[in-house]
Design a protein around this ligand. Sequence first.
Ligand code: HMG
Length: 384
Amino acid sequence: MNIGIDQISFYTSQYFLDLRTLAEARGVDPDKYVIGIGQSKMGIPPPDEDVVTMAASAAFQLKEQGALDGVEALLFATESGIDQSKAAGMFVHGLLGLPERCRVVELKQACYSATAALRMAMGLVAMRPQSKVLVIAADIARYELGSPGESTQGCGAVAFTISADPRLIVIDPESGFYADDVMDFWRPNYLSEAQVDGKYSTLVYIKALKAAWTQYAEESGRSLDDFARFCYHIPFTRMAAKAHQKLARGISDEELENVIGESLIYSREAGNCYTASLYVGIVSLLDHCAEDLSGKRIGLYSYGSGCVGEFFSGVVQPGYHDVLLTNEHQKLLNERMELTFQQYEDIYHYGIPTDGGEHVFPQYRTGPFRFAGIERHKRIYEEA
Ligand code: HMG
């Protein structure tokens, strides 16, 4: 039975900070961010946008297409959790009006958990081929102000449905995966900024990639030549480029651009979306690739610090263009509002009140849903 991604949509905040603005404020050469890190802008969520509203906004686009009919589970991957007990997906379930007969759960393993969700979703569909599973990955990448990680912040959500005979990508059964208990990146429950051993994290990312790829290649008998394109986990676009250069030693700049270039376009604009990043890369590839990818195989690398890496693959399905939401994605990115540096810092410092009182949040521009306030420690969401 063929199982895979039936439809996919992407959402990011309506606000961004240009990395040249950040560079100027921090006294850094802008080329370091734009060329060295490979990022142009970073999505910044206003106080009334969080992982729930971004996730619901991404999935809402699928709902409007009728793609959520038959969904029996919602698997929500995030490392920006908003509650220690209640799954963020429960709020999304309510906002989208999903059926009562629906399993809802939140998954965590840094940026890797969306791929764990995809694997679990495939298992559920294999058992009940008439059903669908909605997977949502949503995150806000946040580091300390003035730290090396600051230029690699961002935010976004990707929602996709897993079904039998999918219209977009059939996921291959072969896979290589690798785990190692390391401290390259983490965020204790009492901190709202990630802690990171930056250089070390890039080394572990590559180590996990090599191990996962070696295992995948052995199991599948495939070589790099069997792939039309590659999508990587994208903490910043230069990381994905370096990763591919490690696998395809001696690759020319032109060929590198050819095999990964289209997958990096949205991430360069939105920044790191943690769990969603690989899937932002897939959306970006499908939305931008001028070549017809029908019947072509793409290589996929998922990485989550801490760490788990997985190399897997999928075959793009004939007719995939008909189900893409390219116009919606491009409209969203084109209509975003640019923040000044002062506005960015003000939003950064806007903390969620923890006193249990009644708080109404200022209204910014969001997607169809907003995080309206907090009352007796309960988060309140509403239609925007
Ligand atoms: P840094 O140490 O300040 O940067 O921060 P740098 O000095 O290494 O410079 C970066 C690149 O810019 C270098 O290129 C410089 O040469 C170049 P490279 O040598 O690497 O090829 N450069 C310039 N280029 C052009 N013009 C210039 C110029 N100046 C310098 N004027 C670091 C880099 C990645 C450490 C930092 O951004 C960071 O800590 N980021 C956060 C951690 C991260 O993203 N790690 C990635 C791997 S781990 C991962 O992907 C998991 C993650 O998504 C989390 C999760 O799983 O949940 C993060």
